[in-house]
Design a protein. Structure first.
Length: 292
């Protein structure tokens, strides 16, 4: 055989073989601070199927997925690209930094809510974080649910409570001084501290509620302003008129956080069937974690 011809055939065969093998590659973009949403752009070639390992125990088979990293850390992201029996792999390191603000995730069977805790209410913020990190809230119930108003939980006596047990008055044995901040109002999604009827309006050490609220009119806001002797800003009025809420609670209960993801979960829990004491007929349990 002619040497040149033989070389050409070998070279052509090698090119054909390499062209049939997949090439794995990807890029990513998005926030780099937990909780971080990262978008992955698949730049692979010749691939038929894709297997992603995000490095935090979660996986995906989408071509170009997005993923939420709930905690900070240095993650090894692995992409396996397959074509027939051939596989190519690409690994990259992804650093997610710790959040500058304080976030807590509330997990329920109806979905999860991500809550931003306000720095302007430090005593409530720090107490809430302390209890969450101790596991205080795990397996407690949303024991009081009123559609069009709020969902309430945080009573330690609700853990393993029987259907006919009287619950709703428990706590850690201390109260927190009120921290009223004019910029924090009871719009839908607001996290606020429950309390008993005390003159200083001190908050329960553990019980809280999340506002679902209802549609609000400008006349109602004017009445609240007159009764409480303060004025809403134009943006606050706009927020109430657009999102709804419970303005009658402003300056009476301390707002110390806000649901920033999972607003639909509030509506789902608020819609459950309840007994005459406003307790859900089917227990709605919670579990919480601080986002680090």
């Amino acid at each position: 055989m002619n040497f040149k011809k033989h070389y050409f055939l070998l070279f052509a065969g090698a090119v054909f073989f390499s062209c049939g093998r997949p090439v794995a590659d990807f890029a990513y973009s998005g926030t780099k601070e937990a909780p971080a949403k990262v978008d992955f752009e698949n730049k692979s070639k010749e691939g038929e199927t894709y297997e992603w390992d995000f490095g935090d125990g979660n996986k995906s088979t989408e071509a170009s997925p997005s993923h939420r990293y709930m905690n900070s850390g240095n993650y090894t992201v692995i992409l396996n690209v397959k074509k027939g029996e051939k596989t190519a792999t690409k690994k990259k390191q992804l650093l997610i930094n710790s959040p500058e603000k304080c976030y807590v995730e509330i997990q329920t069977e109806y979905g999860n809510m991500l809550i931003l805790l306000h720095d302007s209410t430090p005593q409530h913020r720090d107490n809430f974080i302390k209890l969450v990190e101790e596991g205080y809230y795990d397996d407690l119930l949303f024991h009081r649910v009123i559609q069009g108003f709020m969902i309430q939980g945080g009573d330690p006596t609700s853990r393993n409570a029987k259907p006919n047990d009287r619950i709703g008055s428990g706590g850690p044995g201390y109260q927190i001084p009120a921290e009223f901040v004019d910029s924090l109002i009871h719009i839908k999604g607001a996290l606020a501290a429950a309390r008993n009827n005390n003159p200083a309006k001190k908050s329960s050490g553990s019980q809280f509620y999340i506002v679902q609220g209802r549609k609000v009119t400008e006349r109602e806001l004017n009445l609240v302003e007159a009764r409480q002797d303060f004025n809403y800003s134009s943006s606050q009025k706009e927020a109430y008129l657009d999102q709804g809420g419970a303005p009658q609670l402003d300056r009476a209960y301390t707002v110390f956080g806000m649901v920033i993801e999972g607003m639909e979960v509030i509506d789902k829990i608020a819609a459950v069937r309840t007994n005459p004491a406003d307790r859900p007929v089917k227990d709605v349990k919670m579990k919480m974690r601080v986002i680090h």
